[in-house]
Design a protein around this ligand. Structure first.
Ligand code: DGL
Length: 258
């Protein structure tokens, strides 16, 4: 197959990256996509950075067997923990990664920002350096959301427990002045409306998805890898939990959300 016609690999620790994939598939309608969810090893956000790096490189190896032309790390945790190591390990493969969209919220003029992300993302020097850069100019509350991605992994069936977990988590922060909400884990956009229900005022939400779609398209164009036409475009799903039920859940989340 000519390289330009190869699919784009997108992966996450589990179902979260499917929310990113929805944006990428819309923004790049001529591209084929293969999504890999490492649901068997979720959550990444409660492991060490070294373990996440190993798991992410195993996923990239699997995607390379599908001859992908580029890889999108649709996981804030894996990007924050391992992107430089992955880029160094796969020098000929364009690798793009999503990160908590704190800068976008600051650039949009938000003054009181709440960042929800996994415990690992929030603990990493990369995120802490970003907070140090903006804290003072704006107010930033960082909320590590242990257990939340796990519940989103259950799909619709997890909604009652998600409600309880959100109540526990969001009672730890002051929501009264928050004007910018950064969903710094790709599992959370699936429950954006449930999260927004805790605010008694409008709040702007930042996922970083538009940026990543733009970045991917730019990198492919630079390398002459952007497809111009593909009337029968495909979006395929793979999972480390390779059961028909799991793959059906991926398809449902992609088609309809939670
Ligand atoms: N969806 C992932 C992220 O964007 C990680 C969730 C997890 O596995 O902990 O951070």
């Amino acid at each position: 197959m000519e390289k330009v016609n190869a699919p784009i690999g997108v992966f996450d620790s589990g179902v979260g990256g499917i929310s990113t994939l929805q944006t990428l598939a819309k923004a790049l309608p001529n591209e084929d996509f293969i999504f890999y969810g490492d649901s068997e090893n979720a959550p990444y956000g409660e492991k060490t950075a070294d373990v996440v790096c190993d798991l992410a490189s195993q996923v990239i190896d699997t995607l390379q067997l599908q001859a992908v032309k580029a890889v999108v790390i649709a996981c804030n945790t894996a990007t924050s923990a391992a992107k430089p190591q992955l880029v160094a390990a796969y020098p000929t493969l364009p690798i793009i990664g999503i990160e908590p969209a704190l800068k976008q919220a600051v650039d949009a003029g938000k003054q009181h920002i709440l960042v929800m992300a996994t415990p690992l993302t929030i603990s990493l020097p990369k995120y802490q350096a970003q907070v140090a850069k903006y804290q003072g100019t704006v107010e930033i509350q960082s909320l590590p959301c242990a257990g939340l991605a796990d519940l989103v992994e259950l799909g619709h069936a997890g909604l009652p427990q998600i409600e309880n977990r959100l109540t526990e988590l969001l009672s730890q922060v002051d929501l009264s002045a928050v004007d910018g909400l950064v969903l710094g884990c790709t599992h959370y956009p699936f429950i954006e409306s449930q999260i927004k229900a805790y605010f008694d005022h409008p709040v702007a939400v930042y996922t970083g998805y538009d940026g990543i779609a733009h970045n991917l398209s730019h990198q492919l164009a630079n390398q002459h890898l952007l497809r111009s036409a593909n009337p029968e475009r495909t979006v395929k799903f793979m999972s480390s939990r390779n059961t028909p039920t799991e793959l059906a859940l991926y398809q449902t989340l992609f088609d309809h959300g939670i």
